[in-house]
Design a protein around this ligand. Structure first.
Ligand code: MG
Length: 388
């Protein structure tokens, strides 16, 4: 069996979903997805000559070949790894189909047959306790037993001219911002309202999106400690692991990080210095299923659990679920599609992919789902085309 072609398309949902198809000369088609970023389709097409004619079974070797083809000396990071991740996912789908077994069986087998998920509730609809409480209750009504809210950039003063100079919310991220007293109080009131609405038993995480300086976010963690959070995510800008470790060592709330780091090398220092309490790679970004498994196994020997970050369509979500099934230290998998009414319709998986907050892993070969082409075609981005 040889790889004969690779095609890609980008869909517009709450994020850009970059979908990949890898074709083989004996008629199998693998389905993959990568974490979004501009220019990914071009990188995927540039990787075609690297893969055409290769045996799709040799996934680890092909991963190395793609890394070297996109980074000269083989150093790792950046958008090329997103693209490589999408192709890698599709290769596993092919391998599973060729061997007539689900992907998790090829990753060491299952520790569990259903994968627990949490519902991302974003910034809520508006930054008021009543609005956040309602949003939280909505997630629980859909069957989720765990939720997450974004606590960064919710205070009205964040949007004053003196902060963003007209550049907008996105430019604020990763700016090591101080947390003013009024903002601290607002965050505490919103988080408190959610905890009161959901009761003591529901798992509840909050995300800072890399916005704060070390001292202020440590203070914030102490303020939020009474609400018994599952974790505080990405407290500081992602680059300085020693600074992150300072936060973790001084936080009464578990610290979770890792979604914007690439490959096992990119996550190594965070794990080996124990700079986090929970590691959070994004499977369709970190390098794919096998790389995510290697990251999880490294974290496992430091007794650090893995909570997979995920903003993908059902394709990337289910691919991540296969890894989550096959690692000992799995904690929980993100679901970020609450506001996309056609999220489940994108694939023909039989039942709803997520029921009562859990993904039941399909017994079908490979990834275990088929793309619904009509739904996909209806959401192709204006700057993309359907599998070219
Ligand atoms: Mg996050």
């Amino acid at each position: 069996m040889k790889i004969s072609d690779i095609k890609t398309t980008s869909l517009q949902a709450n994020f850009e979903w970059v979908i990949v198809r890898v074709y083989t000369d004996d008629g199998l088609v693998g389905l993959g997805e990568c974490y979004y970023g501009s220019g990914l389709e071009a990188i995927i097409r540039r990787l075609k000559p690297v893969l055409i004619g290769e045996d799709p079974h040799n996934i680890d070797w092909l991963f190395q070949k793609m890394i070297r083809a996109t980074s000269g000396a083989g150093s790792m990071g950046g958008l090329a790894v997103n693209a490589i991740s999408g192709i890698e996912l599709a290769l596993w789908d092919i391998k599973g189909q060729a061997l007539s077994t689900p992907i998790y069986n090829l990753l060491g087998g299952r520790y569990r047959s259903a994968i627990r998920t949490y519902a991302d509730c974003g910034h809520g609809d508006e930054p008021t306790p009543a609005s956040w409480a309602e949003r939280a209750r909505g997630a629980l009504a859909r069957g989720f037993g765990a939720i997450k809210f974004d606590i960064d950039n919710i205070a009205p003063e964040r949007f004053a001219d003196r902060f963003h100079v007209g550049l907008g919310r996105g430019w604020l991220q990763g700016q090591q911002q101080p947390i003013a007293k009024a903002e601290m109080d607002l965050i505490v009131s919103l988080v408190g309202a959610v905890r009161e609405a959901i009761g003591p038993a529901v798992d509840f995480a909050v995300d800072c999106h890399w916005n704060y300086n070390t001292r202020d976010v440590i203070t914030l963690a102490h303020e939020l400690a009474p609400f018994k959070l599952m974790w505080l995510e990405d407290p500081t800008p992602p680059d300085n692991i020693a600074a992150l470790k300072r936060v973790t060592d001084n936080s009464p709330v578990p610290i979770c990080c890792g979604e914007n780091h690439y490959t096992r090398h990119g996550l190594r220092e965070m794990i080996t210095t124990q700079a986090v309490d929970i590691i959070q790679p994004d499977v369709p970004r970190v390098g794919g299923l096998l790389e995510a498994k290697k990251v999880a196994d490294l974290a496992d020997i430091y007794y650090i659990p893995m909570a997979a970050h995920n903003i993908s369509s059902p394709i990337g979500t289910l691919a991540a679920a296969h890894v989550c099934a096959a690692i000992r230290n799995f904690a929980i998998l993100e679901f970020h599609g609450q506001d996309v009414p056609w999220w489940n319709d994108l694939v023909e998986a039989g039942d709803l992919l997520i029921q009562d907050g859990y993904i039941a892993l399909p017994e079908r070969p490979g990834l275990g789902i088929t793309l619904n082409e009509d739904v996909a075609r209806a959401h192709v981005r204006s700057d993309s085309a359907f599998f070219e």
